[in-house]
Design a protein around this ligand. Structure first.
Ligand code: ADP
Length: 332
């Protein structure tokens, strides 16, 4: 079987003939409709995306002036996420600014009270208003006490600033918590005896921690000082050292006034005091002791938890990684 293939030149079809073709009209109509629809849909999609973006942009411009208003969550999911992130960022910036303002107000207040007292007594002595020797002694005693209070406050603020900056130097060494606590109790024995407090101990566990000696001393001094300060004369303090989930757990419990449940979270906030009128003995403390203790615990990879009931006393539980556990991890 044979095929014969031939090729012939196709005469060109003029444009006018093409336009007269009966298929041409519906084709052009369909094209125009498609183009208009594409333009309309494109316009709405662009609006859907750009309008919330414009809102985000103008809201962000107002952040430095602190006139920011919450951005409504709308548009495609990426734009909604962006709006949520910027809203959250603004909330955090506001909280930080508020915390900074509160901090300055609190610091000024804590400085002002002792300074006013020092100024008052120094002025009275200078004016010759305090003549009797015992009165002079009393005035000098108050000036000394208030100066100590200011000294303590400045030292707390410096420690806190260093801990905040995250550049605090840590000189880690192996520490026996039993010796550490015994040492602190020895230093505080005067206050303990003065208040006739019974100190009970359960140091059965022989564990070591890896810590910076000065800082860890500060942590436990603050907690034990609070236990002594807030416990009534004749009360009891119980300190135990234990091991739980490969952590060294040191508990400091007291039979003091306790802390209301809703205030438990807040006692770790700067300058927070449950009851300013109940500052413990001699009005010591400004509400920075627990903040510092908590920051020190965190910088050692540990934590502080508190359990307390009003009228029943409080228990502060410090958890720190055990040195023995670290040794084991290193040998694996
Ligand atoms: P302060 O300098 O007032 O002692 P802290 O930061 O050490 O500051 O403690 C904050 C507040 O927590 C205290 O003012 C007190 O109200 C409460 N608090 C801390 N420890 C105890 C405790 N052991 N018993 C009762 N209240 C306590």
């Amino acid at each position: 079987m044979y095929f014969l293939i031939t090729a012939a030149h196709r005469p060109p079809i003029p444009i006018s003939t093409l336009l007269q073709d009966e298929l041409m009209r519906p084709l052009v109509q369909a094209g125009v409709i498609a183009m208009v629809s594409a333009l309309v849909i494109g316009f709405f999609i662009a609006e859907w995306i750009t309008q919330p973006l414009q809102e985000i942009s103008s809201a962000a411009e107002k952040i430095p002036e602190r006139k920011y208003q919450e951005i409504p969550i709308k548009g495609p999911s990426e734009v909604r996420n962006l709006a949520r992130t910027i809203n959250e960022m603004n909330r955090q910036v506001n909280n930080a600014i508020q915390a900074q303002q509160d901090f300055v107000a609190n610091v000024s207040h804590e400085f002002k009270t002792p300074l006013t007292s020092i100024q008052g007594f120094a002025h009275a002595i200078h004016e010759g208003a305090v003549e009797a020797e015992d009165q002079q002694k009393r005035a000098a005693g108050i000036i000394l006490e208030e100066t100590e209070r200011l000294n303590h406050l400045v030292s707390d603020l410096l420690t806190l600033a260093k801990l905040d900056s995250g550049v605090i130097e840590m000189e880690m060494q192996k520490i026996d918590p039993t010796a550490l606590i015994e040492n602190i109790l020895e230093r505080m024995q005067f206050q303990i005896r003065e208040k006739d407090l019974a100190v009970k101990k359960d140091f059965s566990m022989n564990l070591n921690i890896s810590a910076d000696a000065d800082k860890i001393d500060r942590l436990f001094s603050n907690l034990i000082d609070n236990a002594i300060k807030f416990t009534e004369t004749g009360g009891e303090i119980f300190i135990s050292i234990d091991c739980l989930d490969k952590k060294v757990v040191i508990k400091i419990a007291d039979t003091g006034p306790g802390i209301p449940k809703h205030e438990l979270e807040r006692i770790f906030e700067r300058f927070y005091q449950v009851d300013k009128s109940r500052r413990g003995d001699q009005g010591r403390g400004v509400g920075l002791g627990l903040v510092i203790a908590n920051e020190i615990a965190k910088s050692h990879g540990g934590s502080i938890e508190v359990q307390s009931e009003l009228g029943m006393g409080s228990t502060f539980m410090v958890k720190l990684p055990s040195e023995n556990e670290k040794d084991q991890q290193q040998s694996h």
